[in-house]
Design a protein around this ligand. Sequence first.
Ligand code: ADP
Ligand code: MG
Length: 697
Amino acid sequence: MKSTEEYFGSLVFDEKVMRERLSDEVYSSMKRTIDQGEKLDLQVANAVASAMCSWAVEHGATHFTHWFQPLTGITAEKHDGFISPSHDGRIIMEFSGKELIKGEPDASSFPSGGLRATFEARGYTAWDPTSFAFIKGKTLCIPTAFCSYGGEALDKKTPLLRSMEALNKQALRILRLFGNDSVKQVKPVVGPEQEYFLIDREMFLKRKDLIYSGRTLFGAKPPKGQELDDHYFGAIKPRVQSFMDDLNEELWKLGVFAKTEHNEVAPSQHELAPIYGSANIATDHNQLTMEIMKRVAEKHGLVCLLHEKPFAGVNGSGKHNNWSLSTDTGINLLSPGETPYENAQFLLFLVAVIQAVDDYQSLLRLSVATAGNDHRLGANEAPPAVISVFLGDELSAVLDAIEKDIPYEGTERKKIRLGTDVLPRFTRDTTDRNRTSPFAFTGNKFEFRMVGSGDSIACANIMLNTAVAESLKQFADRLGEAEDFDSALHDLIRETISKHKRILFNGNGYEDAWIKEAVEKRGLLNLRTTPDALVRVLDDRNMKVLVSHGVFSESEVRSRYEIQMENYVRTVRIEALTMCDMAMKEILPAVSGYSASLACVISEKKAADGSLACRYELKTLSKLSSLVDEIDEASDELKEKIDHLDQIGDITKQAYYVRDEIIPAMQTLRLPCDEAETDTASEYWPFPTYGDLLFAV
Ligand code: ADP
Ligand code: MG
């Protein structure tokens, strides 16, 4: 058996393979493309393609695909064989530079929000040499961007790369002002912690709601949920452990640095965290991770649920997007330094993020807005929909002292003059992990905790990168003009703290009192649902920042708005239809069947001794008959509303109708169904219950 070191990355065409298989000249040209974004000429591409092909064929590949991330949120691939006819009527395996650089999938069925008129339906994919090619099954996958012929981005990778470039440009300006000329590149680096549920596959297949929508739409509370806190970090069960072992092996072969695994709060809930890397690669790897999780689960007779809220009443799943800024010289710009200058620089980057989060709350919120995530963010669960920044007590006290120009009461009592004094040492705040904060500083990185478990992390990072690029741009403009840099820096940091401290909050973000304070006293946004959040992308300020940093064109923003609204409407519509279907075809027949058996017992007893001493049967029968009526009525009402929804032409109006009419009607249907479940004998209930699903594995 191969050791982990041996098989790690064995299915990746990485730098090691390139060094072995490319000529020195081609390798260094390729390296310049990867590190500095230099354009690659066709000759080099041909050499790389040919090396890739023979390497892939040796590893059992027969096909290649341009692997891309359309706006559906999952990855797409169209496989082409390497085979090509040879003179003697047989075949050779070949792959050209042209095929490597550019592909033309028939892309008319991918959402484009009107960007790509159907008459010119062909978008094209373009190789992203900064993310390594890899083999999945028998296919060589080449990470690519996906664009229309007009050059508009039809995917998530293109704007992500653009936002990284914008951030790089502005961060370098700041570093130059600090006299740093050696850093050539600043990159956002990301470590996404991925939560998921594992349930038994047989049970999954018995529930239409899980099959069609990835979450349960019905289900009474089981006697036991997560109240004993006995699952979090608990011993991992053998079946789950064997899934995790397999998953790690698959991911490691693909060069994904899967590192940490543990049980999460809810029963059957788990988490996987990789080691952080460049935002672009972290995004690709997270997409791969989700895909491989599903595939490996299947092999173990399990299903991996990535939905944000598969079960009502227990914790939902998210993704903690750990984010910081790293230089090509290996420095983390969000790490407090040792010298006065490093400290001042750290504080400047810190307040740049604080300002970015305050100024662009709505962009961050809408970057994670989906129908699924509304069950977490807009409901009684952490994190809330209101965005705030947690810094911990110590760092907050430092900022407070700077702002008020008062002595910092740390180990030494002294006033802090930035740029001249060494900052008091503050340690990572360990007293309060504050899981309720949507955006927490954890020592040397920020953790954005609102991302949904099933979503791509691309959008969150696009918005975060862009918002921070904008703060840095404003800072660089101002500091660049200053005569006395130190004083200007000091003033800038003080002013920024004072202007944006309303976004800082160390308390419990989960409490109603906070939401009230945030909205009423601090004027922070509380965008509870997806439509509320999404419309904000059209606000002037938001549009301007995205366009001015070259991250999106205006038409790209508008098309994305439409696609996401559509996605919201369609997702909920599928759920609503599934509910009607389950209510009519499964729940009502079951309840009515059980009622009939109760009625039978009652009449038998009556016939036997003329008595009506059937306390349980009578009580239950009467309760169930009224529930049956309620269910029937609620189901009719929901159906009518779906019909009405289909009559509405405008997508924004549709989304509001879904929010205000369809979702409440779904809730109205769920209640009597869940109640009926508690009163119906198990053998009659048509599908596995919460207890079965959550505690079976
Ligand atoms: P936690 O205490 O939140 O579990 P960890 O140290 O376990 O923190 O890290 C969680 C995730 O954050 C991991 O994916 C890790 O690689 C990533 N991470 C750690 N340091 C950084 C950093 N400087 N920038 C970005 N991500 C980071
Ligand atoms: Mg964490």
